[in-house]
Structures are given as C-alpha cells and as structure tokens.
Write a protein that binds this ligand. Sequence first.
Ligand SMILES: Cc1cc2nc3c(=O)[nH]c(=O)nc-3n(C[C@H](O)[C@H](O)[C@H](O)COP(=O)(O)OP(=O)(O)OC[C@H]3O[C@@H](n4cnc5c(N)ncnc54)[C@H](O)[C@@H]3O)c2cc1C
Ligand code: FES
Ligand code: FES
Length: 495
Amino acid sequence: MRKYPSTIKFVLDNKIQEIDFLKTQIKPTTTVLNYLRSLPGHKGVKEGCAEGDCGACTVVIASLNNRGELEYVSVDSCLVFLPMIHGKQLITVENLSANDGHKKVLHPVQEALVDNDGTQCGYCTPGVAMSLFALYKNHENPDKETITNALTGNLCRCTGYRPIIDAATQMFHSGTHDHFCDNEESVISLLKQINERKPPIEIIAEDQHYLKPFSLEDALLLRKQHTDALIIGGSTDVALLQTKKRIHLTKVFDISSVDELDFIVEDHNKLAIGSGTSLEELHNYTKNRLPYLSEILRVFGSLQIRNMATIGGNVGTASPISDTLPVLLALESKVRLMKNNGQRDLSLEEFIVDYRKTAIDKDELIVMVSFSKPKKSETIKSYKVSKRKDLDISSVSACFRISLSKSHTVDKILIVFGGVAAMPVRARKTEGYLTGKTWNRETVDSASQILLNEFQPISDARSTREARQLMTRNLLIKFWDETNTKTEKSIGYEN
Ligand SMILES: Cc1cc2nc3c(=O)[nH]c(=O)nc-3n(C[C@H](O)[C@H](O)[C@H](O)COP(=O)(O)OP(=O)(O)OC[C@H]3O[C@@H](n4cnc5c(N)ncnc54)[C@H](O)[C@@H]3O)c2cc1C
Ligand code: FES
Ligand code: FES
C-alpha cells in the first residue's frame, strides 16, 4: 500500500489544478516552463537559455506568508520543478489582463509597456512584463535602482532598457490596485485549502523518484530512508544538471517547502540563518545591518535567481566561486547539520573539504548557518570581480576582516578569496605576515607581494591565472585604501 500522496496541487487561472503523476505521462522534474508550454492557454512564457540567464521564462509565484498574506516573487520557470509550486499560485503573462465582461482590460504593467514602446520583437516581453508585475505587487513608488534591480534577470536584445524603465515608472501612476487585489481573498482561501494537510508527497513515476516533505521532522526521517536522493533547496544549481548537462535525475529530495528551515534569528551576539532562507530575503534583511553580506548579495545572480536560491544551497555547493562563502568564512561561520537522531555544528572551514565536496553525512541536512556578530570596531568588506556587474560569475571574490589596536597595528586579520583555488580559501601566509604589523601602505605593499604568490589559480574563460593573482593583490590594496580613508566609516555590525 502507498504511504504518501503523489498528487500536487496549485492555483492557476484562479482554480486549483491537480497533477497526479501516476495518472499522467508528466515526469516529476518537468520544469514549470515546459509544463506551461504544453498547455494551450499559457504559451506566452518563452524559453531562451534554459539556465536562468535570460528571463524570457519569468513567471510570478504567489505564496502564503506566516501572516496568511500573499507574497509575490518573480522566478525563472526553466529552473523550477513542478512539485516545487505545490500549495502556491502560479501567475503567467496570460493572467495579467482583466476581463470586464465585454473586453480584455490591460493590466497597468501591460498598458505602460505599450505606451512607452517597451517591446519590439516581443520575445523577451512576457518575461519583462512578469518581472514588472512582481515589482508592481511589491512596491509603491520604487526608485531607479529598485526598478533596474527587478530587471537584471531579463535580457532584451532589441528594445533597449530605457522604454522598459520608463514603463516601470509609469505603471505606478494609477496607484497599485489591480484585479489581483480584488481576487486575493479567494486565492488565499484556495491556497489554505491545499495547505491544510501536509503529509509528504512521494512520486514514483517516469523512471524518477521525487520526495517532498513539508516539516523538518518528516524531512529528517525521509532523509534517513533515502540517503541516495539528491537534495534541492532552490534548485538553481541542481536544475542545470537536467536542463544543461542532460543528466536524468533519478531521485530528488525537495526541501523547498520545509518552512522550519526558513528563518533569520538575531540576538545580541549572534545571527542564525535557516538553510531554506532565500538569498533575496537575506539580502533585504542585511541591507542596513551587514553591508558586506548585502553588497555581495546585491550582485548575486538576478532577482529571479535570489528569489529561489537558498543560503543552504550556496553553502551546499561548496563551489570555489560561491559568492557567500568568502564572507561567511571571514565571519567564522558555523554550519549546523541535523539528522533523524542528532545534530552537530561544524565550522564552515571544516565543512568544506575539497572542490565541491563537503563533510556532510548521507543522512544529514544543512539546517542553519550562524555566526557571532562582529564588534563595531572591526572593519569588514567584500568584493566581487566579474566581467559585468549583474548576473555574472566571479572571476575572483574576496572578503577582508580586520581589527586594529589603538596604535594602528593589526590585532587580527582574515582574508578569504573565492575563485583562486579548488575551494574558497584563507590567505594564511599574508594574514600571518600582517598580524602585529602597523597597518600602513608600506606594510600592505610588502604583504601584497606575498599574496601575489600565495595562490596558483587556474586560467579559464573568465580570467587568466596571472590576472587572478593580480586581482588578489589589487583587492588587498583597495581594502587598505578604503579602510585608511579618513572619511570611511568603520563597517562593523550596525543595528
Ligand atoms: C543564472 C544563475 C546565476 C547564478 N549566479 C550566482 C552568483 O552570482 N553567485 C553564486 O555564488 N552562485 C550563483 N549561481 C549558482 C546558484 O544560484 C547558487 O549556488 C545558489 O545559492 C544555490 O542555491 P539553491 O538553493 O538553488 O541550491 P540547489 O540547487 O537546490 O542545491 C545546490 C547544492 O546544495 C545541496 N543542498 C541544497 N540545500 C541543502 C541542504 N539544506 N542540506 C544539504 N544540502 C543541500 C544540493 O544537494 C546541491 O548539491 C547562479 C546560478 C544561476 C542559474
Ligand atoms: S529560459 Fe532563460 S532564464 Fe529561463
Ligand atoms: S523586444 Fe526583442 S528581445 Fe526584447
């Protein structure tokens, strides 16, 4: 006898849609993009790259927050597996206009795009419209930075961005009330209905096994029984195995709906971040508190990527170019691992053991990343060097953390680089040289010579080995320059 349901339910076109994978030919890791393109009424969504880079596939997902309200986020539907939208509302470009009984009435987003000539060939337009729609639902009068940030994940090769940005400004002129506001109560009631009972979902179909727990208890129990399943948090890394490397994912363990993993808790001394916290939630939380973390998150992927990607996933990749790792290492973070009958805390440095390899056991999950709040007297700065500012992979990233004595000598310094070795690493030789010395340009120049030879990075499409070595040296000098500027505020933890 089967133990768990194999049906997913979500709201589309204001109705609950059900997919029982045992009764269809749909494989569980079908992306939301491919599913929508198979429906007669939802072909507006487009595929450009199938890897999260172009935004042509952008849709909006609305879900209930812990206050029972709807929250709208833009996502790249090419990276979202169908079961990930269970219990949520899926909104596509076809849903934007309203019907007043006689004719279709354009949504303010669409009207503004038309008025401002915000489209030419139109291939990117459904995705652009959906990014603007998410902006419309989350802001009232956004500044230009907020508008451009909402559009960083949308490539347009012909219109140019000025008319689109103008449209984004104009769409707020008539206020922020739309037909979605009128319909919210009904959608909330449908979503509550779906989310009433939450046994795990287990789908064994089309040569795949897909597990989706909703509570931490179920997740740990199922993990014990299915240690061979591939964990997904936001799937922004894992989905590419399917869409780009064409790997058949045989067994997937989807923890994207375990709410207990989605938290940020702060006390006087410590900040703890649940592994399921999205990078955009973390970006917003850290904005006026931890500039060195929020700055690196600002240039992390695009808004669509950050809305899905989790901190647990970024740590879980153990990638040498994972952008949060240098900062988290400089903060001397700890990773909490949990299994069915226990938990342990490892320092992040112990946790990452090799190229994309971690010390996690097969029956464990990453549940939390935490660190002690730096003292106000400490200065911390992070940097990302990439070919373009947005939506690009780091050539080199770095985080520097320093505390100076009253006599301006280096009490403690941590220097961490990404992109220069098989995993993010501390520049221990350079740190050792600087410790105890006067923090002046002469010392930094000598240290930079040590740093220049401390790592033997590889050459690849993003950068040569020599350029990477120069970047490490130049970033140290930049850090010195910025900390030494008299007007520069010491960047410690700011409440
Ligand atoms: C277009 C695009 C742009 C990107 N830009 C950046 C960027 O600027 N900087 C950057 O660093 N990365 C970037 N990435 C990579 C990716 O988005 C990040 O690594 C992201 O943080 C992964 O998080 P996720 O939740 O989506 O992970 P997933 O894809 O779900 O998982 C990643 C890995 O972590 C494991 N994992 C996830 N959660 C857990 C858990 N709780 N316990 C144990 N293991 C777990 C998975 O098994 C998998 O091995 C980009 C990706 C794309 C597609
Ligand atoms: S198809 Fe390009 S981001 Fe999804
Ligand atoms: S209108 Fe042609 S790609 Fe944007």
